[in-house]
Design a protein around this ligand. Sequence first.
Ligand SMILES: O=P(O)(O)O[C@@H]1C[C@H](O)[C@@H](CO)O1
Ligand SMILES: Nc1nc2[nH]cnc2c(=O)[nH]1
Length: 328
Amino acid sequence: MCSRDCCSGPGGSHRGNACTDKKGAKSGSLAGEKIIPTPQSLLYPYEVIEEIADFITKGSGMRPRIGIICGSGLGSLADMIQDPKIFEYEKIPNFPVSTVEGHAGRLVVGTLEGATVMAMQGRFHFYEGYPLAKCSMPVRVMKLCGVEYLFATNAAGGINPRFAVGDIMLMHDHVNMLGFAGNSPLQGPNDPRFGPRFPALVNSYNKDLINKAIEIGKAMGIESNIHVGVYSCLGGPNYETIAELKALRMMGVDAVGMSTVHEVITARHCDMKVFAFSLITNKCATEYSDKKDEEANHEEVMAVAKNRQKACCELVSRLIREIHMASP
Ligand SMILES: O=P(O)(O)O[C@@H]1C[C@H](O)[C@@H](CO)O1
Ligand SMILES: Nc1nc2[nH]cnc2c(=O)[nH]1
């Protein structure tokens, strides 16, 4: 009998992560298959996610309501948390490690503006060699910890010519380029305890939260630096060619990065409310040029994030205050 709830009856077994079911699996689209090439969703069965969530809720004595993912150089969002309980990723059972500069690799649980929160100071990217299901696994951990709202932040290149370095783009939609190529964090057998086999993604980005963030931007006096737009995630780690940037612009993409989309898909699959924004850390050139200073680089990304962390922190904390005040 398969112990992972992915096979339907006696005779099911696993070889590595591959699930074989002699009776013919009913748990996804894999009926009758003896070898499953990329059973991403089997990497972290429900019970494993549950164990990680228990470790965090018992270790912190809290059931956080809001989850925050800090983008590159935006780790200071987690530094705002009061009475923090800190979990280094390497000490959390079954957790991956962060390998990117600007992603500290720890989970911070505590309160912010009265609300219980948990923040990832360091996310996992596809280009680090992690499958998408592993990159977004912490979102499911958040869900089982009690999180209702996901705040996902990222550093991104501005493709929309109206965007300036340091601006903030509130995400109202995305173009999932990795999905175009047949990749999804939900690939593999579906566990309905997380969500449906075929989740809809229209209205993924909560409109009320976007509108509240716009109002907060006005109150902060930074309305001219706030935009609403479409983000796209590419696999990275290389930045884009001019031809790729032109193509993305034609598709209606305003900002490009290497994260967030698979986290949002995973969050919407398990019915979390999503708020996400991109800090525009560089302007993407869409014309050919020999100028070296027009090329994207991670040092610039980090420097801009550091310069703009105060505004990003204020936006996040004010929005969390509004959520908490509306329903404590
Ligand atoms: O984690 P995010 O999406 O904020 O980081 C972006 C994408 C790459 O990791 C890095 C490139 O500079 O910044
Ligand atoms: N893909 C991508 N990711 C980024 N992260 C920060 N800037 C960029 C960029 O220009 N392109």
